[in-house]
Design a binder for this molecule. Structure first.
Ligand code: IMP
Ligand code: MG
Length: 180
C-alpha cells in the first residue's frame, strides 16, 4: 500500500482507470451541446481532473474556452448551509454552452448553486462533469451529466482532492487508512 507523508493510502481509483474514464467522458461530452463551449472548473479540488479532461476534450476534437471559479461551502454541519463565490469567472456566459467540472458531487449544493448562477446569467446550456459521484450523500435534486466513477462513502484524497491541505498531488484517488 502506498505510504505518503507517513500515512497509508489505500488506492480506490488508479491513474490508469482515471485516464480511461476521462477519455470515455470526453467522447460523450463531444456528442453533447458544444457550440461555443465554455468549460468552468470549480476550484480547488477539480484542478487536476479538469486539466486532464480538457486535454481529453482536445483529443476528441473540441476547443473549449476555459475558466475557473472558486466556490466555498459555509455552515457545514449546521442548519444554515450555503455556498459562496470566493473567486468568480471573468467571461460572459450569456448564450453559451457551459460545462461545469468538479471533483465530487456529494450533497449537490455546490453544483446546484453554480448551475443556477450560470442560468441566471443567461447561459444557454449547463452540463456537469464530475470525477466522482457520492450519490448516497445527495441532498439536492441534481445529477451530473457525465460521471467518472460512482464513489463509496469514504473521504477520498488525491488527484486534486485534499484533506487538511494535503495529498492533492497524488496521481490516483485513495483513502487514508491510518499511520504507516
Ligand atoms: P457538495 O456536493 O456541495 O456536498 O460538495 C462537494 C464538494 O465537497 C466537492 O467539490 C469537494 O470539494 C468536497 N468533498 C466532498 N467529499 C469529499 C472527499 O471525500 N474528499 C475531498 N473533498 C470532498
Ligand atoms: Mg469542491
Amino acid at each position: 500500500m502506498p505510504v505518503v507523508r507517513g500515512k497509508n493510502i489505500d488506492p480506490l481509483f488508479t491513474a490508469e482507470q482515471i485516464a480511461e474514464r476521462n477519455d470515455a467522458m470526453a467522447k460523450q461530452i463531444a456528442e453533447g451541446p458544444t457550440k461555443d463551449l465554455l468549460v468552468i472548473a470549480v476550484l480547488k479540488g477539480s484542478f487536476i481532473f479538469a486539466a486532464d479532461l480538457i486535454r481529453a476534450l482536445h483529443n476528441n476534437g473540441l476547443a473549449p474556452e476555459v475558466e475557473f471559479i472558486t466556490l466555498s461551502s459555509y455552515g457545514t454541519g449546521t442548519v444554515s448551509q450555503g455556498v459562496r463565490i470566493v473567486k468568480d469567472i471573468d467571461s460572459d456566459v450569456k448564450d453559451r454552452d457551459v460545462l461545469l467540472i468538479d471533483d465530487i458531487l456529494e450533497s449537490g449544493r455546490t453544483l446546484l448553486f453554480a448551475k443556477e448562477l450560470l442560468f441566471e446569467r443567461g447561459a444557454r446550456n449547463v452540463t456537469i462533469a464530475v470525477l466522482l459521484d457520492k450519490s448516497v450523500k445527495r441532498k439536492e435534486k441534481l445529477e451530473a451529466d457525465y460521471v467518472g466513477f460512482e464513489c463509496p462513502d469514504y473521504f477520498v484524497v488525491g488527484y486534486g482532492m485534499d484533506v487538511a491541505y494535503a495529498f492533492r498531488e497524488l496521481p490516483f484517488v485513495g483513502v487514508v487508512t491510518g499511520d504507516a
